[in-house]
Each structure stands twice: as C-alpha cells, then as structure tokens.
Design a protein around this ligand. Structure first.
Ligand SMILES: Cc1ncc(COP(=O)(O)O)c(C=O)c1O
Length: 436
C-alpha cells in the first residue's frame, strides 16, 4: 500500500520530470511509491498535499527544535527582511548572534555559515591550517556532511564494506569521490578505546583533527561510553590534535550549550547548524580563540556570499532567545521520556527484543537484540527490516519518524502530552500490524 494520496502522487510525478528522483536530497527519497510531497507544517505537525496530517518526529532531520512555523521566529524574520537581506558587510544581527553563541556554548569566537556541510568543511580546513597536518580521524556511522573528505564509512555504508573491526577500511558512500582522498581519513569504530589509542600513537604526527559526533546522531543516538570523549580530549591535548565536536545535530538540542555542556567537555572547535535556526538555514563554526584566529584574510580561507545573512541570523537570534528564556529542553526531556518508556513497554509486551538508545530530544530504537549497541557495527546486527515495517505502519497512521532506525526520533517543544499519548496508541497498533 502506497503512502501517496491522489494529489501527492500527481505532484511527485510532476517532480520526477524536472528533479532527479523527485527530491532535492537523496535522503528524502523513500521509493517511487512512498516519497511524499509536504505542503505545510505547524507546531509538531506537517501535512502532505492530500492534507493528511502527521505528527512529525523527523523534524527535517533535527532542525525544528521549537516547532514548525514557530510564531516568535517567523515574526522576527518577517519583520527584518523588509529592510534587506544581504549586504556583504557585518550586521548587528551577526554580532548579537555570535555573542549569544559564545555565552551559551562557552566558546571564544564564532564564524557563521549556512549549512552543516559548510561548517564541517571549514572546521577541517582550520584544523589543518592550525596544525600543519593533513589527515584526520572520524568514526564509523558518523556523518559530517557532503564534503568528499567525510564521505566514507557513514551510516549509509553496508556492514561488509567496513572490513574487520581490528583493521577497518574506509568505505566510500558515493561514486565521484577521487580515490586519493581516502588517504586523508581514518575511520574507527566509535567507543573503541584500544583502536583509538593505537591509531593515535602510531599516526599522531599526521593527524590534524578528530571529528566526533558526541552522540551518534546518524546512528540511532548511540551514546559515548563513559570516559570515551574524555579520552579523546586527553589524547588530543597530548599530541596537539584539534578535537572537533560535530554538534550539527546535538547543538541547541540536548542542552542549551549542546554536548559540551551535557558531557562537560570543551572541544577545540565545534560545528553547529540544524536547531540553531529552527528550520532557517544558518550554521556556525566556533571554538577556542587561538584556533579560530587561524582564520585570516589572505591566509586561511573562510567565506561565503550568504554567510551571516539577515534571514538566518534573525531566525537564530529568535530561536536562541526562546531557548534561553523558556524551559524548552526540560519540556522535551519530560515528554520524550514518557514516549521512550511507553515504546519500551509496548515492545516488551510484544515480546520483541529491543534496546532504546539515546536521550529524549534524540532517541533511537534497536530491534531484534537486547544488547546495548556501542557503535555502528553493533547497531547493524539488529532487525532493520522489522524497524522499517513498523516505521511504515506508523507513517500510514499519521506518525512520522524516519522509517530507517539509523535516524533518531527528534522531538520539538510544540509536541504536547496528547501527541505523545496519540503516538503511543499508534505505535501499539503499528507493532501489531507489522508483526502480522
Ligand atoms: C552530524 C552532522 N554533521 C553535518 C551534517 C551536514 O549538515 P547539512 O545537511 O546542513 O549540510 C549533518 C546532516 O545531517 C549531520 O547530521
């Protein structure tokens, strides 16, 4: 049974004529029969072209922290754009936003950009310029955007392509990436102290950076083992490697100060995007004075025509104001905990082995196993087919997480207690239907 109603089907067909596969990001393609066309969003809901309402747990893959079309953010943007949107000069909105970010995230300096991909790309260049080294470590199942350097062993990789745990291989996730690029990246299993230590001890002289999503935002919200992020911090300090927290998903979502606050660890550089603008395009590279000041006109490049544009900076100022003045993340934590507990109970009653991963603002579910996953390889031992079958049943009934379990459930401030109750009822029905 297709997810597409009559109007969605017609619009998607139209889209296929002019847009490859009818989508503007491959991650949005759910097959020719199930890819949706959405026409509006409000609060915790989105509606498709047939006016079918969904409780939205994808939230555009994380950005919508307050709710769709959140009035305070929309109004701020609508007000400021009447006075122009782009000047190729610094604006007061950029200054106030940088001040907010430095205060909330305890970073010294901030440069703005537009997407997570641009932020991580610049963070890598800054790390290389600062250290004079070229290679970097990232972790399997982590995604840092569309830059060629990062497009290895992400959550899109198959288990077999990763090689053995003792000697992982870089698995390219796209054609079109020059072969030589692979020499610059080292992929390791997350949470593997031994692999991390031996790799750094052998290769530190070549290593510019360690990129880490502090919680696996592209792999079911898997948490770091106690001490793992701290060990990265120690090794980076010891060997002069730049520690980069990729907080594109965790930033302004798991705490006002992101993962640095949540785990009480300061990275050297941090990348933010998604929740920073509640759905408007805005991103940032931030960090320690000495490293950020590597950026220098004529010497170390950072730029972009739209960097710091009025739309994104107005939206981000308004979003962070709400985060600082209302108990947004506490509310999300309370409702999310009820949702996580309820899903846990339903799966237990249905005799489905499972583990709930992550934390309420971004949590995941592993089915088919009751062993807690600590890395991408562990997660892939679960029952992805059952997860997807339940996911599609949920979507048919108007509750929309990403049908693949790799993508966490994201929650927003606008989600109500009633929405949580409705979701749990639908989850119960969906599990029964998927089990057959
Ligand atoms: C952790 C992380 N880093 C970087 C990116 C890239 O961000 P963008 O899609 O805004 O380019 C993503 C996107 O999902 C992400 O999850």
């Amino acid at each position: 049974m297709t997810l597409q109603g009559k109007k969605v089907k017609a619009l998607f067909k139209q889209a296929m004529h002019v847009i490859p596969h009818g989508v503007n990001s491959n991650f949005r393609y759910w097959g020719d029969e199930d890819t949706l066309v959405i026409t509006r969003g409000n609060g915790a809901y989105i509606w498709d072209a047939d006016d079918k309402r969904y409780i939205d747990y994808r939230l555009a893959f994380g950005p919508i922290i307050l709710g769709h079309a959140y009035p305070a953010v929309v109004k701020r943007v609508a007000d400021v754009i009447k006075e122009g949107t782009l000047f190729a000069c610094t604006t007061p909105l950029e200054i106030s936003l940088a001040e907010r970010i430095t205060r909330m995230c305890k970073v010294d300096k901030v440069r703005l950009t537009n997407t997570g991909t641009e932020a991580t790309m610049h963070a890598l260049r800054i790390s290389r310029a600062y250290t004079g080294r070229e290679r970097f470590i990232k972790f399997e199942g982590q995604y840092h955007g569309m830059v060629d350097y990062f497009m290895f062993s992400t959550a899109s990789s198959s288990r077999r392509s990763l090689g053995s745990r003792r000697s992982p291989v870089n698995s390219p996730v796209s054609s079109g990436i020059p072969k030589g690029i692979s020499q610059y990246v080292i992929n390791l299993p997350f949470n593997d102290f031994e692999r991390l230590e031996e790799t750094i001890e052998a290769k530190w002289g070549d290593l510019a950076a360690i990129f880490v999503e502090p919680i696996l935002g592209n792999c079911a919200g898997i948490m770091p083992k106690p001490g793992f992020l701290e060990r990265i911090r120690e090794l980076c300090d010891k060997y002069g490697i730049v520690m980069v927290f990729d907080e594109v998903k965790t930033g302004f979502r798991i705490a006002n100060g992101g993962a640095q606050e949540y785990f009480n660890i300061q990275a050297d550089l941090v990348t933010y995007a998604k929740a920073l603008g509640n759905g408007f395009p805005i991103a940032a590279i931030a960090g320690k004075e000495e490293i950020m000041m590597t950026v220098e006109p004529g010497a170390v490049a950072h730029g972009g025509t739209y960097s710091g544009n009025v739309i994104g900076t107005a939206a981000a100022n308004a979003t962070l104001e709400v985060l600082e003045t209302e108990s947004v993340i506490d509310t999300i934590n309370q409702r999310g905990q009820v949702l996580m507990d309820g899903i846990n109970d339903i799966l237990t009653e249905s005799d489905i082995p499972h583990v709930i991963t992550g934390i309420p603002p971004m949590f995941g579910i592993m089915l088919g196993s009751d062993q807690e996953p600590h890395d991408f390889r562990d997660y892939l031992t679960g029952d992805g087919d059952l997860y997807e079958a339940i996911g599609m049943e949920l979507c048919h009934r108007g509750v929309m997480p990403e049908p693949s379990g790799l993508e966490p459930w994201f929650l927003c401030y606008a989600l109500s207690d009633e929405d949580v109750t409705e979701t749990l009822n639908v989850y119960n029905d969906s599990v029964k239907a998927a089990k057959g």
